[in-house]
Design a protein around this ligand. Structure first.
Ligand code: IMP
Length: 199
């Protein structure tokens, strides 16, 4: 079964790939899509739908898109949907430094990552969501992950997502949770037993 992933974000794709290992996942490069996909909306759901629809229309193939971000409670949920370019630039280092500056001296450092997957499957739209709660550190630590991972410690752990392995991140992350829900849905849709399940 082919499924297009409507993303060029290498960090996301690296995380999603092992979770959908039983599917033939096509990248935007595989389908020859080179343009930028606009994400003009104020909710993860709308942006995920915009990305999935653009690629579904282009390719005619079943498609999913993830829209995600980090929401900091002391910043009224910012950066949220603008996480990728919070500092005004698509620059992970500048973006995370801005949060560290804004939280200087803050008592409440709680935050959560949220991911919404929009799947367009046989012309119907489905959503799957995942949330991961944690705390923002006061300095960056670790070299793995991407985006805000060097400043985010998930609840129940003492290391940042940039220090934890990909396996652990995928077990507890917003994206891991959302992707597993989608995979469970796809297995149900295929209405098959063990031998034909996608994972
Ligand atoms: P978008 O979904 O392409 O709009 O961008 C999501 C942005 O949210 C990324 O570019 C990161 O800045 C941030 N983000 C989402 N998920 C993660 C994650 O798992 N780790 C670190 N940053 C993330």
């Amino acid at each position: 079964m082919q499924l297009v992933i409507a993303s060029n974000n290498k960090g996301k794709i690296r995380e999603i790939a092992p979770l959908v290992a039983g599917l033939e996942v096509l990248s935007l490069q595989d389908i020859g899509f080179t343009a930028d996909i606009p994400e003009p909306y104020f909710t993860f759901e709308e942006n995920a739908l915009a990305k999935a629809s653009a690629i579904y229309q282009f390719s005619g193939k079943n498609t999913f898109a993830d829209d995600s971000g980090i929401c900091v409670n002391a910043l009224s949920g910012a950066p949220g949907v603008i996480s990728a370019h919070y500092s005004g630039e698509r620059d992970d280092e500048k973006n995370l430094q801005l949060i560290l500056t804004e939280l200087k001296g803050a008592d409440d450092r709680s935050a959560y990552y949220k991911a919404v997957i929009c799947l367009i499957w046989n012309n119907e739209v489905y959503y799957f969501e995942g949330v991961c709660n944690g705390q923002i550190t006061d300095k960056k630590t670790g070299a793995g992950g991407f985006g805000y991972d060097p400043i985010f410690i998930p609840d129940g752990y003492t290391q940042t997502f940039a220090e934890l392995s990909l396996e652990i991140k995928n077990q507890i992350s917003h994206r891991g949770k959302a992707v597993r829900k989608m995979v469970a849905f796809l297995n149900e849709q295929l209405a098959v037993g063990e031998e034909n399940s996608v994972i």
